[in-house]
Design a binder for this molecule. Structure first.
Ligand code: ADP
Ligand code: MG
Length: 343
């Protein structure tokens, strides 16, 4: 396999609060190949945004990156000098936030936002930047782009604002775009339009996409691979089709069963319980207290990464090597399948 465009390796981000500290991203590892969309999924508070902000080094104090590497185009973003990481933001990695209104300056016209992105990276200025802004607004399917370029953010609908955010993210033609819940704040009908647009932009601009969502339905339609996050850790990851057909982690199964008409084909069912407070995690597996397949060893340690298929890994004792051939896995329906040749 070629070198991935982005390789996140054991990335760990901690929030210090007095004597207590919270590990919001705990040894998070994943990679994204060129042209690929990786979905990062988890319930609210699982550490998705912290992971995204850590990649581009925008975690605010009291948060800090405590370990790991973020390899992007051959460089480790974690150790890059501040002026270098600034160049990566926008030109190397575009960013789309959940709340476009919070990310846009209310007294700056739409065109000015895009022109500013181009100017900061020395790509265009003046009349050329304005012309490019209009082109980008057309590219994100904004009707009447010549007129809209002079609008202020409050003159646009929520969906239009998110289109503008996408135009800004694409302005410098970055190879990678991170979209953090880009449709969560929008009406359902508009959500579908924005997802369609992101898929089209991926093709037209040839970008790779890290798509963060709490909605596995979005992943099914948009992503090539998926990483499932729970309480700061990636608990399962692999190709979307594989994970939807053969979810290995009880948490992933729970998420799938909670999608109406989901791949599990079963009734709508939410997972009992709530995401634990990161400041007081249970010992062992953080999902243990909510897990229908809980075993005594789950309270003792967090399971290591196990390969359960080609490019498919899970962290769960049901599948761990020490358990293979043992009773719990062998007796379970949907226990581990033989690892593929790539595992
Ligand atoms: P998600 O995006 O998955 O909903 P976040 O990444 O925003 O979750 O947050 C994960 C956890 O990180 C939070 O539940 C919280 O414990 C911690 N956290 C995030 N931001 C802060 C902050 N500014 N101060 C303290 N803790 C924070
Ligand atoms: Mg978030």
């Amino acid at each position: 396999m070629p070198d991935p465009l982005l390789s996140v390796e054991r990335l760990t981000t901690i929030f210090d609060a007095g004597s207590r500290s919270v590990v919001a991203a705990n040894e998070v590892s994943f990679h994204i190949q060129r042209g690929e969309t990786l979905g990062l999924v988890g319930e609210s508070g699982s550490g998705k945004s912290v992971t995204a902000f850590s990649i581009i080094r925008l975690v605010q104090l009291p948060g800090r990156i405590a370990g790991g590497r973020v390899m992007f185009q051959g460089r480790d973003l974690v150790s890059l000098p501040e002026d270098e990481i600034r160049k990566v933001r926008g030109a190397g990695i575009g960013f789309i936030f959940q709340e476009p209104m919070a990310a846009l300056n209310p007294v700056m016209r739409v065109g000015h936002h895009i022109a500013e992105a181009l100017r900061v990276h020395g790509l265009a200025g003046g009349a050329e930047a304005r012309a490019r802004a209009i082109d980008l607004l057309r590219a994100v399917r904004i009707v009447d782009a010549e007129r809209r370029v002079d609008d202020y953010p409050h003159q646009l609908s929520g969906g239009m604002r998110q289109r503008v955010m996408i135009a800004i993210a694409l302005a410098c033609r970055p190879p990678l775009v991170i979209a953090d819940e880009p449709t969560t704040a929008l009406d359902v009908t508009v959500q579908a339009q924005i997802l369609d647009l992101l898929r089209d932009m991926k093709q037209e601009f040839g970008i790779s996409l890290l798509l963060i969502t709490h909605d596995l339905g979005v992943i099914a339609e948009t992503a090539d691979r998926v990483a499932i996050m729970y309480a700061g850790r990636i608990v399962e990851q692999g190709p979307v089709r594989e994970i939807f057909r053969h979810p290995a982690h009880p948490y992933t199964r729970g998420l799938l069963e909670s999608i109406p008409g989901g791949a599990a084909g079963s009734r709508l069912k939410a997972i009992d319980g709530a995401v634990p407070n990161l400041a007081s995690l249970p010992p062992g597996c953080s999902f243990g207290p909510r897990c229908a397949r809980h075993m005594p060893q789950c309270d003792r340690a967090f399971p290591d990464v196990t390969h359960v298929g080609i490019d498919h890994t899970v962290r769960c004792f049901l599948h761990s090597v020490t358990h293979r051939g043992g009773t719990a896995a062998a007796a379970s329906e949907g226990g581990p399948r033989p690892a593929g040749p790539g595992a």
